[in-house]
Ligand binder design. Structure first.
Ligand SMILES: *Cc1c(COP(=O)(O)O)cnc(C)c1O
Length: 229
């Protein structure tokens, strides 16, 4: 069985190769290790290999891990956000990728403790998937971004998407290109953003080719989750 260390090396190699293939510097791309459903031991093993940023989807599971993991990694919340969980998220995470409503951003802003740096934020956009309700519609993204950028205690960094799964790499790329173009449009409108959170285990190459600055990778690092959920 491949170890977390082997898997991390393989994923880092994929990121480097994908960056090279499109003339980008791999240093511009942050690997977010998605540790949902995996325990403290798995996070600690990845940390020991130098992995710094970890993504979590479930608040209570994440809080237990955050309390137990030693070595202070950077925690990113990437899951659906219920209003009654915004305080816990604002108190315990460095980043949130999955904001798709102003009300949630307002609650995160109000709850971010003053002694912590601003909460780093991405807006989740629903690119190309009619079957999911998560994510703001592309047409409404610029207005939401302007409202979120005006809130204190938050720093709007960019956009995130989970496109519909497909093995067709040209379809993967067209979804990621749509998110990149939306970021450019918002920048042209006077709100420069520096982050595109896109690409997972199965499609990180396509995402990097279209400008991803954070790839969120779970399965390729920690293994299959199906038997665990
Ligand atoms: C689970 C999850 C990932 C990781 O997906 P893999 O296919 O396991 O790499 C990335 N982003 C989000 C939002 C997720 O929920």
């Amino acid at each position: 069985m491949a170890t977390i260390s082997d898997n991390l090396q393989a994923v880092t190699g994929r990121i480097a190769a994908a960056a090279r293939a499109c003339g980008r510097n791999a240093d511009e791309i942050t690997l977010l290790a998605v540790s949902k459903t995996f325990g403290v031991d798995a996070v600690s093993a990845a940390l020991a290999c130098g992995q710094h940023a970890f993504g979590e989807n479930y608040v209570q599971e994440a809080l237990d891990k955050i309390a137990a993991v030693r070595g202070a990694p950077e925690w990113h919340y990437i899951g659906p956000i219920q209003s009654n969980k915004t305080r816990q998220i604002a108190e315990s995470f460095a980043w949130v990728h999955s904001v798709d409503r102003l009300k949630i951003a307002e609650r995160l802003s109000a709850a971010r403790p003053p002694e912590l740096p601003p909460l780093q934020l991405c807006i989740q956009v629903n690119i190309g998937d009619e079957n999911t309700k998560s994510g703001v519609a592309p047409a409404d993204t610029a207005a939401l971004a302007r409202s979120v950028a005006a809130l204190p205690r938050l720093r709007l960094r960019g956009l995130m998407t989970i496109p519909p799964p497909t093995v067709d790499s040209s379809r993967q790329r067209s979804h990621f290109a749509a998110l990149r173009e939306l970021k450019t449009q918002i920048g042209n409108g006077g709100l420069p953003l520096d982050t595109l959170s896109m690409g997972m285990s199965a499609d990180l190459e396509a995402a990097i080719a279209e400008g991803a600055t954070i790839v969120r990778v779970g399965t390729a690092i920690f293994g299959d989750r199906r038997s665990r959920q």
